[in-house]
Design a protein around this ligand. Structure first.
Ligand code: APR
Length: 231
């Protein structure tokens, strides 16, 4: 089976009712990044940071995967599919995608401040100051904040380098090092970019731009890929 790598961002979850970051009305319009998504924010006002992620976790409980997530999961019947996502929601997994690598962490997980190897999946939406790990250290969101290392980046690069087909969907490519992934895609493979407002500043050659939402563009693209590339 050909290796299909799908690199996604907040846009793929927009039709599931989850806010993007930089669209009008996006998350960063209501919050300052430095107040809720940096290590400095955590040391200055941890309760505000917890509350920011509690609200997003709560919203996730009401969200459902959309046709874009399902189209990617469906492609697993025809390709060896690897999702690399900047999203912290679990909608890819809930749609049935089995290989999902989260570059920026996972909303449904928390980890110990002092023992970062202690990671827990949460069942409830709310994590409070005073909720401790088994060794007595405060639990924090299992999220990669701005300024923190992206531990999965090397794995992601390797996966993109081995891709036979590469899809980018729902990301403005504003955040590094994640956006660098596109530079690692082999030059000679088919590449696709699905976004309703493709203000692509890149000129990365022969990428096919699909000016559409994930919910419409991905099912269409999936049909094309199965017809043209599935063996
Ligand atoms: N379908 C597909 N794409 C969409 C849709 C949709 N229905 N609606 C919006 N988009 C596109 C927007 O045009 C934009 O290009 O999704 C993209 C969302 O971009 P951002 O809001 O910047 O989100 P993202 O690229 O995922 O941000 C990357 O930045 O704030 C950090 O850690 C955060 O992981 C996030 C990272």
């Amino acid at each position: 089976m050909k290796r299909l790598v799908v690199f996604t961002g907040a846009g793929i979850s927009a039709e599931s009712g989850i806010k993007t970051f930089r669209d009008s009305g996006g998350l960063w319009e209501n919050y300052k990044v430095e107040d809720v998504a940096t290590p400095q924010a955590w040391s200055k006002n941890p309760s505000l940071v917890q509350e920011f992620y509690n609200q997003r976790r709560k919203q996730l409980f009401d969200a459902k995967p959309n046709a874009g997530h399902f189209a990617i999961a469906e492609l697993q019947k025809h390709f060896n599919v690897q999702v690399i996502t900047q999203n912290v929601d679990d909608l890819h997994e809930r749609a049935g995608s089995e290989n999902v690598l989260h570059l920026h962490g996972e909303l449904m997980k928390v980890r110990s401040c002092d023992y970062p190897e202690l990671i827990y999946t949460v069942k409830h939406w709310e994590i409070k100051m005073g909720d401790l790990c088994e060794r007595g250290s405060q639990l924090r969101p299992h999220i990669v904040w701005f300024g923190e290392m992206v531990p999965q980046m090397d794995n992601a690069v390797e996966l993109v380098q081995q891709a036979d087909i590469f899809i980018v969907a729902g990301t403005s490519l504003n955040v590094y090092p994640a956006a660098n992934l596109l530079d690692y895609a082999p030059a000679d493979i088919p590449k696709f970019y699905v976004d309703p407002n493709p203000d692509l500043v890149y000129n990365f050659g022969d990428i096919q731009i699909i000016k559409d939402t994930a919910g419409k563009g991905l099912p269409e693209l999936a049909k094309q890929l199965v017809n043209n590339f599935a063996v």
